[in-house]
Design a protein around this ligand. Structure first.
Ligand code: G6P
Length: 480
């Protein structure tokens, strides 16, 4: 049956792990999109189109057992996928939007880049074709993120009847940075996205940056950007002698309060709390961070700030522990592996420098464990969220919801969540290590009553747009 509502993303809601007996274990993932989609119910005729990501997924698709209802997994050539995902999406588009290049040496847009870009096109085309095939007449399609930036334009050509949206979960770079991309690539990327009827962003700041990039990079297309009062902002432009209009909107994804409150009170989380308390030791404050080990998360500067705190304020020795959960991510890329190793080295150095019998200043955990993350949220006195740049950062929104007794939030002004949480957070410039150390001291010293008050207000701001509404708002905005 043709689908009425379609979602497309690189990573889907399920992955397949082969068992020894030749069958497959279908593992369901979480996240905003999964809970958002569940809001429309199983009978809404929704289909999630995603890519097979590893050998397990590929085998499951080929053997016809990748048959989760409402999910279509695409078996795209592994080399094409690797070029598109590791080469372009993670090493170029992610780096541009998070402004991560070390510019004296990077980026280099050479023949290898052009080759990978050709794969990125093929990969996007495979999605566009699958969506065109599966969508009912006039269906709504919401495409996710930088992996699939070309899909809206390609799909529009194949199926002009569809209502097409695209949502960016990342920041957007300002034009001075975005224009590092070769002009023809920048144009192809923007026009690909502008093929959508509507583009969604997490904050006004990213939306505005996207508009500015259109003005700068689509010079010959007579671009006008609008911010009319009480109406959607838009980008208008001329292409092939015809006028085009794409609406833009902000949907600041919030934490799933009901789910988090229920999930964080289950026995497995209580067990992890007991385990962590044992590791921390009695009568100590706890600074918690939970991240994927991702360059933009700024884990190294966070550890440097903690080291500076211990160096400058010996009164905290033996009275504080930093729980740093840094879960490995994108380990196919050498730069991520090096960063992961650097985080571990620095944690070891701090422990060697300051640790004593019975006190380990940094407890680093690298194995992903959601129940343990929730346990850490519950007992944290301080949460450190200091990304260099981040589309939103849901940890900043989840901690206040789950916290038992109130938790002071040290928050980077470069996180999307800053727009909504800044009033009750202690905000920092993520590059300023001594400033971050001062913020940690202020957070550790905050009186418990003030901490509890602020946490209540943070939790209410953090849950103002739960995933279900976030998704439904986008659907509503896309329907004519
Ligand atoms: C983060 C970003 C998303 C992105 C995802 C991809 O969650 O906020 O914008 O889609 O990473 O992660 P992956 O592990 O699939 O590379």
């Amino acid at each position: 049956m043709a689908a009425q509502i379609l979602v497309a993303s690189n990573r889907g809601p399920v992955s397949y792990v082969p068992r020894e007996d030749g069958t497959f274990d279908a593992r369901r993932g979480g996240g905003g999109l999964v809970s958002g989609l569940s809001a429309i119910g199983p009978d809404a005729g929704a289909l999630w189109v995603c890519a097979a990501l590893g050998d397990g997924d590929r085998q499951a698709v080929r053997q016809g057992v990748a048959a989760e209802p409402g999910v279509k997994m695409l078996d795209i050539d592994a080399a094409v996928h690797a070029d598109a995902y590791n080469g372009i999406a993670n090493s170029v588009l992610w780096f541009v939007n998070h402004m991560l290049y070390q510019t004296p040496l990077e980026p280099v847009f050479d023949a290898e880049f052009r080759r990978q870009w050709a794969s990125y096109r093929l990969y996007n085309r495979a999605f566009a074709e699958a969506l065109a095939e599966e969508a009912a007449d006039g269906a709504v399609v919401i495409v996710q993120d930088y992996h699939l930036a070309l899909v809206p334009g390609m799909l529009r050509e194949l199926r002009p009847d569809l209502r097409i949206g695209h949502f960016s979960h990342t920041p957007w770079a300002p034009p001075e940075y975005f224009s590092m991309l070769p002009d023809d690539i920048a144009e192809e990327l923007l026009l690909g996205m502008l093929g959508a009827d509507r583009l969604g962003f997490l904050t006004w700041r990213w939306l505005k940056a996207f508009q500015d990039c259109c003005t700068t990079s689509l010079r010959d297309m007579d671009v006008t950007t609008h911010w009319p009062k009480d109406q959607s902002p838009s980008v208008r432009y001329q292409a092939h002698g015809r006028p085009h209009l794409t609406l833009l909107g902000v949907h600041g994804l919030g934490a799933d309060g009901d789910f988090l409150r229920e999930r964080s009170r289950r026995p497995d989380v209580d067990d992890r709390m007991a385990m962590l308390r044992e590791q921390i030791g009695p009568d100590r404050r706890t600074i918690v961070r939970v991240d994927r080990t991702e360059l933009s998360k700024n884990i190294v500067r966070g550890l440097l700030a903690y080291r500076h705190l211990l160096a400058e304020r010996p009164e905290w020795h033996e009275r504080v522990v930093h729980l740093a959960f840094a879960y490995p991510s994108r380990q196919d890329l050498p730069v991520y592996r090096e960063y992961t190793a650097q985080v571990a080295r620095l944690a070891d150095e701090i422990n060697a420098e300051y640790g004593r019998d019975g006190w380990t200043p940094v407890i680093l955990h690298v194995e992903d464990d959601f129940a343990r993350s929730l346990a850490a949220y519950r007992l944290a006195d301080v949460a450190l969220v200091n990304p260099i740049r981040d589309g939103m950062n849901l940890v900043a929104k989840e901690v206040p919801v789950v916290s038992d007794a109130g938790c002071a939030l040290v928050l980077s002004r470069e996180a999307g969540a800053y727009e909504e949480l800044r009033e009750d957070a202690i905000t920092v410039n993520p590059y300023d290590v001594t400033g971050t150390a001062d913020a940690l001291h202020e957070a550790l010293s905050m009186p418990p009553a003030e901490r509890a008050d602020r946490t209540k207000r943070l939790a209410s701001a953090a849950t103002s747009l739960p995933p279900a509404r976030w998704f439904l708002d986008q659907l509503t905005a896309l329907r004519p």
